[in-house]
Every structure is written in C-alpha cells, then in structure tokens.
Design a protein around this ligand. Sequence first.
Ligand code: ADP
Length: 599
Amino acid sequence: MTNVSEQDRRSGRAGQDAIKRLSQPVKGRIVVAQACTVLSALLSFVPYLALVQLGDLFLGAKAAGQPVDAARAHEVVGVLIMAFLSQLFFRALALIITHFADMKLRYVIRRQIVERLGRVPLAWFGETDSGAVRNAVQDDTKTVHTVIAHGPVDRLNGVLQPVVLLAFMAAVNWRLALIGVATIPLYFALQALSMKDMGPRTAQMNGHLATVSSTMVELVSGIKVVKAFGKTGEAHESYAKATAAFSRSYGDWCAPLIGLCAVAGELISAPLLLLVNLGGGALVMGAGAANLPQILACSLIAIVLPVAISAVANTAWSYQMAGAAATRLCAILDTPPLPEAAAPKKPNGLAVSIRDVSYSYGEQTQALRGIDLDLQPGTTTALIGPSGSGKSTLAMLIARFDDPTSGSISLGGVDLRDLSARDLYGAVSFVLQDPLLINASIRRNIALAKPDATMEDIRRAARTAQIDETVMSLPKGYDSVLGTDCLLSGGESQRVSIARALLADAPILIMDEATAFADPDSEAEIQKALNVLVKDRTVLVIAHRVGAIEGADQVVVMEQGEIVARGTHRDLRGNAHYQALVRQCGLQLDGAEGGDGHE
Ligand code: ADP
C-alpha cells in the first residue's frame, strides 16, 4: 500500500485553501443561495407537522364518532401544500443561483488563466510541461467549478435540514426521534473510517493522474521522433510506469471505500429504516407513548434524513478531488508574470542597445554573460557561434520573451520593461526557428500582429513570401485551419511566418535562418521572400549561410554566452579563430586571409 506522506496531507489542506481562494468571485451569489437554502431548510418540517395534524384530526373525529371538520382539514392540507411548494421554490431558487454562479466561475477562472498565460514570460512555456497546462485549463476548471459553486449550498442544506427535522421529531415524540436516528451514528462511524486519510490519498492519486496525462501528451507529441529512433519501448515504458503507479494508488484509494461504504449504505437504506422505525414505533405505540400519525411522520423523516446527510458525504469527497485541481490552478495563476510598465514610455527612435546583459535559465544554466551590443537602425547584424553559445537566447531577449537576469535592453533609449507591449511588438517582429503557428486559419496566422488587415494586404504579404499559390491551391484557401484542414511542410510554415512578419511591417526584425533553409526545395523561394523582408529594416540574424555574414554590417561571434569577436566579415575573415568558428558552424569561407579581429 502506498504511504500517505506528510506532504500529501499538506497538499490536501492546501487544496481546501485553494478552493476558498478560487471561490472569491462568486462569494456574493453563494451567500444569497445559502440564504435561500436556510429558508428552504427551515420550512422543511412544516409538511410533516401538517401531516401529523391531519392524522390527529381524522383520528380525533373517529374516536369522537363525529364527522371530520372539513374546513379545518382543508386548512391543514392548504398549509401542507403551501409549505411544500415554498420549500421547493427556495431550494430551486438556490439551485438556479448556484448554476449561474457555476457558469460565472468557470468563465472567470478560464479567463484568469488565459490572462495570466498571456503575461508570463514566453520562456516559461519551454520549461513547463504542456500536458500539465492543458490539464489545468481543460480538466481542472471543470473539476473545480461545480464543487465551488454547489458545495457550500449542498453542505449547508445537508447540515441544516437534518437539524431542523430532528428538532421537529424530538418535539413531536422524543422516543420516535431516537429510533429515527438509531442507525445514523453507526453510518457516520463507518463513513469516517472509510474517509480516513482520504484527502491526502486523493491528492496523491491526482498527482499520479497528472503524470499519466503528461506522459501521454509526451508520448503522442513525440511519437515521430520516438519511432524514428526505435525507442518506442522506452517511451511506452514511462507511460506504462505512470499508469501502473496510478492504478496502484487508485486501488489504495478505492479499497477502504468498497466494503465499508457498502455496509454504511445498507444502514441508511429505506427498507432497513422502515423496518426499524415502523417496528420500533409499533412497540412505543403499544406502550401507549405514541400515536399512528406521529409514527408515520417520524418514519418518513427517518427515510429523508440520510439522503440529506449522504449529500454532505458526497460533497466531502468531491471537495477532496477538487482540492488538488484547485491547487494546480492556483499554481498557474501565481506564475510570476512579466512585469508591465505602469506608465509606459514612448521610444525615441529605433536603435536597439544591449548593455551588460546576462541571462540564466533557472539556477543552473547561465546562457549569456555581460553582452554589450548596438543595433543601429537600418543595419544588419549577423550572430554566429557554436550551438549552445547563446544566440537564440539573445534574440529571444530582444523580443522580450523574458527579461534579462541583469543588465538592460533598450529600444529608442527606453528599457523594454518600460515599453508597452503594443509599442514593442509594433517595432519588433520575428521569424524564428519555430514558426510559431497557431491552430487557426492561415488568414489569422498571417494577420496575427495585424488582426484588422484586409484580405488584399494578407494576400500581398503571402505573395511576397511565395506562399500565396500554395495556399490558394488548398480547398479552403486562406480559411484552411492549420492542423485540421491542412498540414504545411517546414518550408511552407516558415513562409507563412515570413508573410506574417511582412504584414506586421515592423522596423526591427529578429530572424533565425536555421529552419528557413531546412527545406532545399523551397530554398530559392524563401531566399526571395527574405530578401524583401530584410530590406530597409534593422535586422538581427542568427546566420547559417555565408551570404548572411558577408552582407551584414556587423558580424558578432558568440561563444559560451559571451561575445568573443565583432566587426565586418572583411575585418574578421583573416582571424584564424573566426575561420575555425565559421567552419565549425558549417559555413564555408573562400580565400581567408591573415589579420586579427579578435576582441
Ligand atoms: P544557441 O542558440 O547558440 O544554440 P541557446 O541560446 O539556445 O544557444 O542556448 C544557450 C544555453 O542556454 C545553452 O547552454 C542551452 O543549453 C541553454 N538553454 C537554452 N534554452 C534553454 C531552456 N529553455 N532551459 C534551460 N536551458 C536552456
């Protein structure tokens, strides 16, 4: 059996706190629904009271040998119906309010998540398991909202209604009240026994479930690579391990429930309760301490009581399931966002200036150290260096995918942190290794930075990016949804992202050539598109072709997170170290000469 650790116990508690926090936006509605529940619970005894009075009326008339007082009987039946309907009305009103609260909460939580995900550094997505994020947005919000919106109302009703009915029973006949609740302490004892450690155990099981979900996403998303390298067994193994751990913990979770809950269920089942209450009631009546209407009313209440009580027990375990989901949601909502400037400044010009910038991924990897670099408007800067030297990280920081760990990057004399996202992305666009296409129509993908662009503008950009013909040959043309209606090749995706950058028409372009030329068939077309794209812009290009470094105004050589040389290709080409690096990067140089441009 899996050990329930102190940590799991703590996560059970954290779950309840997280539920409390997430329920804030619908607190007011829940209070109103609870008020309706109180009214409905307070009215719950009235129909039974009317029933007893009606019985007394009939029995009294029979004993006196007189006809039943019809007016009084009508009156009592009227009270019975009114009380019953009012009780139903308030209960229904509470339910309607909780359903609306439920819908509002689902909307609010999803909106908060999307809002937060929109503000976290893009680098976060690289580090975070996408399966866990999907799980949180889709499944966890579903698990949480019903419990949060319904839980407080169901719980209150489950406690208050039995208390009111019990008090009524005791007032009618305390002996019958005792018989009515005789089986309930036993029921509770068994329930408590089965629920022992359930919170932490549920948290533990949910942890295993999240692992199953994320290993499955990994397995499916990486299946091509896995198959290509014949590692199917290994990938299956981690999934199989995760499912085995989940089924073990599910077994631990269920085991105490099955036997004990079955017996507990019997104790509050209608046949047993009727037997106990009618049988016990007959004995009390035989002793002259109760009458028939009292026994009937108390027996009916005895059957109703457990329904309300078990509703509480059910919400108790739904709460535990929801606790784990709420904790995961709160963790996402607490992801530190990229700070936004309270009073954004306007850039003065388009010069990019990088001063003493260092950047680390977590504690471990320092990717950049003390980078100083200027990108003058209208110039092209080519970055070269061995793989892992920090080129992509530097490019990423200029697009503010994250903030530098120290130092500053400014655009037009204003630190990127003081610019509004609108000004920054109005000035900077990118064509990176990952074409960053979304699961939407090609039209939307191209117009991402300019949602109001006309179809004519979109097609003009696509034509320049040499992709218009391909798109028009698709059955749905520009309305084809990527991944659903069509699959684009690497080169085609790259050209869509070039079309997007062309349409965005930002003066500064950050570009990675790596995958731009991964597709030899479309190399010439991509080259044509890029030539137009880089024209008259400030360009920072992670270079993979000699052409790019030859044509650049400055070449910057990076190694282990530092700039080790800079100058024009002409200045540097004689430097032996530069030659070696350029070759190492897979670029061929012709006619290298002597000289030293090393920093
Ligand atoms: P290049 O683009 O020159 O290949 P990168 O900027 O991608 O280099 O990487 C620089 C360093 O940062 C490398 O040591 C790399 O392993 C590390 N790195 C890059 N991305 C991440 C990441 N998401 N998490 C942790 N380390 C990373």
